[in-house]
Design a protein around this ligand. Structure first.
Ligand code: AKG
Ligand code: FE2
Length: 340
């Protein structure tokens, strides 16, 4: 089967409800594959803007703060009165967030476009620059893949909510990751609140077809028991950050299936910067014959991807090399580590 055929057949798997305002819809997976060739030109920026505005959310980035917050994110003067009010009152801005259902048969996934890290590309650029200047990035990290020693080209760093949280990743044990800096804490709160809003949307009475998806019941219950205000939800206690400084930097196929990860909580992946492809294929145990790419999702600036269990048990994902993609990308994967 050619990869195009397999992508088309993947695209038919999700459900689509055109009459629902914010119904999940199947991503045209291949549609933006080549979108990011070249740096962010003005044209590209306005295209990205149009794309992002369709999924605007009600809460501004950074509304959830712990006490003593050093980071202030006042709306910039050019924001409309409506936007400013929405940020203060947490009213819906232009439209409700549009969660897209990109689930594979054995891997539920949801995608929300352009809703994290700021209102527009310039705010998100500042967010990305601030992330890029965090002091803990490491280059040339050595790791093992299928027992073979390799060296990473991309930069990585990890943060945690403090305490006794450690995580082994590609054979690299990370003890005592430093505590979330304010910017990561703000993004984490934003992601957690978006997830809570999404789950309450899924579970409330109505015809929302997201209800038909099988998400872990334990996670749904945990989220439902949380306050619906903007307070910190503590769904996540660990974040792995990846900095791809060019299209040549990549991440090979892998599954995030470490035993220390909470078995019910989705991995929440946030992207900033240029759009890069996110490829998915079956895990070895699912297929004896060749393993073609099953899906390709273009992850862009401010996008949030939720990978629900059992996705990691059944599939692998990767960020392939895209030689023609010019510009950098930062990806944050928020995880819940269970301390044993
Ligand atoms: O950069 C990405 O979108 C993927 C990151 C990822 O898969 C990981 O950190 O495990
Ligand atoms: Fe991963």
């Amino acid at each position: 089967m050619s990869s195009k055929q397999s992508i088309d057949s993947t695209a038919k798997l999700g459900s689509s409800t055109p009459d629902c305002n914010h119904a999940p819809k199947v991503v045209a997976i291949e549609q933006v594959e080549e979108r990011n060739h070249g740096s962010f030109s003005e044209k590209q920026r306005s295209m990205e803007e149009r794309r992002n505005n369709s999924g605007r959310q009600s809460t501004l980035f950074g509304l959830c703060h712990r006490s003593g917050n050093k980071r202030s994110r006042d709306p910039s003067p050019q924001k409309s009165v409506h936007q400013k009010m929405a940020s203060c009152l947490r009213l819906p801005s232009r439209s409700k967030p549009m969660w897209e259902n990109i689930s594979l048969p054995k891997g539920p996934m949801l995608l929300l476009r352009g809703c994290v890290g700021g209102w527009d590309w310039s705010e998100r650029r500042s967010t990305r620059e601030e992330l890029a200047s965090l002091p803990d990035w490491k280059c040339d990290v050595k790791f093992k893949i299928y027992g073979k020693a390799c060296q990473m080209r991309r930069r990585i760093c990890q943060y945690s909510s403090g305490g006794n949280v450690s995580y082994t990743y590609s054979g690299v044990k990370n003890m005592n990751a430093p505590e979330f800096p304010q910017i990561l804490h703000d993004i984490k709160c934003r992601v957690e609140n978006l997830i809570c809003d999404c789950i309450s949307e899924i579970t409330k009475d109505g015809t929302d077809s997201l209800k038909n998806l099988s998400f872990p019941a334990e996670f749904i219950e945990r989220v439902k028991s949380m306050n619906s205000d903007n307070s910190e939800k503590n769904l996540y206690n660990y974040c792995l950050c990846n900095h791809y400084r060019s299209g040549e930097e990549y991440m090979g196929y892998h599954s995030d299936d470490e035993g220390c990860l909470d078995p019910h909580t989705p991995i929440a992946s946030v992207s900033f910067g240029i759009t890069r492809n996110f490829d998915i294929r079956a895990r070895k145990k699912m297929s004896d014959v060749g393993r073609p790419r099953l899906a390709r999702v273009a992850l862009g600036d401010g996008d949030l991807l939720l990978m629900f269990p059992p996705m990691q048990d059944n599939y692998e994902h990767s960020i392939p090399v895209q030689k023609k993609a010019v510009g950098e990308r930062i990806n944050l994967t928020f995880r819940r580590i269970t301390t044993k």
